[in-house]
Design a protein around this ligand. Structure first.
Ligand SMILES: Cc1ncc(COP(=O)(O)O)c(C=O)c1O
Length: 428
């Protein structure tokens, strides 16, 4: 060991001994915690505070806190930004106490949600928001929606990132390869299947990583904070936005820590235009929370995925069915086949009678089982499936005019053969 290292070790020993002397009660609480907690304290990382055991807190107010041994501290940790409002600011405590009085959890939205949504948009610029209980969850929601919209599996992150307990971000770059971060269990996940990692500020690597167009989103802090502070180099964030847009990749900016940049986060301060923006911790004044904002384009793309049967979709389905019905009628009359085609929105149906029936008895009278069976097998043999047990053709949002045309072409052949063979039944 060199001299400096030996000195440091000696000093650490001295300070940890002093810490132990000053904090007998914290030490006792941590020893007691071994009986109740997997890691001795409620969260696994708490045991890693440098004193050798965690400081147990008693109370915190403003920028100060007191430990269970009665010692006072100036708190520059501030809950790792969770308490960026200061501890117990009156505006937060009275709002939270008031809400607890009115009921903490009801599965119902409350009217103040409207104001909060508007304020989030005013600050961060994104029009639509979703709430979670942690920033990790908000990141996961943004990743999930990105995958839904793009149909791609991978998430690109930057080496040295931290985005909470997000599986896809538990990776590092070593020897040019995506590997698991030190100390992380693989958890039965093949991270190379779901993650890609490159260095921050490396535009060439970014272009290369996105070129294969299998990345659903880039999840990034606009200014890296969790591996020491790493500033974006001039032009890097513009290049990131341009490369993501060019390759159809969504951009998720995790502002959980960079919210310290100002009231609208780094995004607001620098006029960035992400597809998603994630905030957490401090935005709840110390109450665990996560939020994700989505751009107009993301919202439209999401609604198109989850709301299939929209007005537009119905308009399209009905238009295709209408065209199919009209062309089918033309074909029938050209061949002198006296049947009718009824259309109801996305649904068209062929009946073996010239006049539309008015009741079930009339339907039963015009049914022709053999003709119907022939029609189904004839169409099937030519690549068209008509609904069995009647002759219904239903369109969906993906049905194209060319699909309807294919039906009409087969119908043309069918009628032509029936007419030629004299097998067309007379109108009733
Ligand atoms: C950038 C970033 N994102 C997300 C998180 C996770 O926050 P939470 O504990 O609310 O899940 C952290 C936590 O420190 C963080 O630094």
């Amino acid at each position: 060991m060199d001299t400096a290292a030996a000195i440091l070790e000696e000093l650490i020993g001295r300070e940890q001994a002093a810490y132990a002397r000053l904090h007998p009660r914290s030490r006792r609480d941590f020893e007691d915690g071994q009986r109740h907690y997997l890691y001795g304290a409620p969260s696994h990382w708490m045991r890693r505070w440098a004193g050798g055991f965690p400081l147990y807190g008693r109370a915190a107010r403003g920028a100060h806190l007191t430990c269970v041994d009665g010692l006072e501290y100036v708190d520059f940790c501030l809950g790792d930004t969770g308490a960026m409002c200061g501890h117990g600011p009156p505006a937060v405590t009275s709002a939270v106490a008031g809400q607890l009085e009115r009921g903490a959890t009801t599965m119902l939205p409350t009217e103040d949600a409207g104001w909060v949504g508007g304020e989030l948009t005013r600050r961060f610029g994104l029009p639509y928001w979703g709430f979670t209980t942690s920033a990790s969850d908000a990141n996961r929601a943004a990743i999930r929606i990105s995958r839904m919209i793009t149909g791609r599996a991978k998430v690109l992150v930057f080496n040295g990132c931290y985005h909470g307990s997000v599986e896809e971000a538990h990776v590092a770059l070593r020897g040019g390869q995506t590997v698991l971060r030190n100390g992380i269990h693989p958890n039965a996940v093949d991270h190379r299947q779901v993650s890609r990692v490159i260095e921050f500020n490396d535009v060439a690597a970014l272009d290369e990583a996105l070129a294969t167009r299998d990345v659903a989103c880039v999840l990034a802090e606009p200014f890296m904070t969790n591996f020491g502070m790493i500033a974006p180099q001039p032009g890097f964030l513009d290049a990131l936005r341009e490369a993501t847009r060019r390759t159809g990749t969504l951009l998720v900016l995790d502002e959980t820590h960079t919210f310290s940049s100002g009231p609208g986060g780094y995004t607001g301060a620098h006029g960035l235009k992400p597809d998603f923006l994630v905030v957490g911790k401090s935005i709840g004044g110390g109450i665990p929370v996560g939020l994700y904002g989505a751009s107009e384009a993301v919202a439209q793309a999401l609604w198109a995925v989850v709301h299939v049967l929209t007005r537009d979709a119905f308009d399209h389905m009905a238009q295709v069915a209408r065209g199919l019905a009209q062309q089918a009628r033309t074909v029938l009359s050209r061949h002198g086949v006296p049947w009718s085609v009824i259309q109801l929105g996305a649904r068209a149906e062929m009946l073996f009678s010239a006049a539309a029936p008015a009741n079930a008895t009339e339907v039963a009278r015009v049914r022709q089982d053999a003709l119907e069976a022939l029609l189904h097998v004839y169409f099937m043999n030519r690549g068209v499936l008509v609904t069995p047990f009647h002759c219904m053709m239903l369109t969906c949002p993906a049905t194209l005019e060319s699909d309807a045309q294919r039906f009409v072409t087969v119908l043309d052949g069918f009628c032509s053969e029936l007419a030629r063979r004299g097998a067309v039944s007379a109108p009733r």
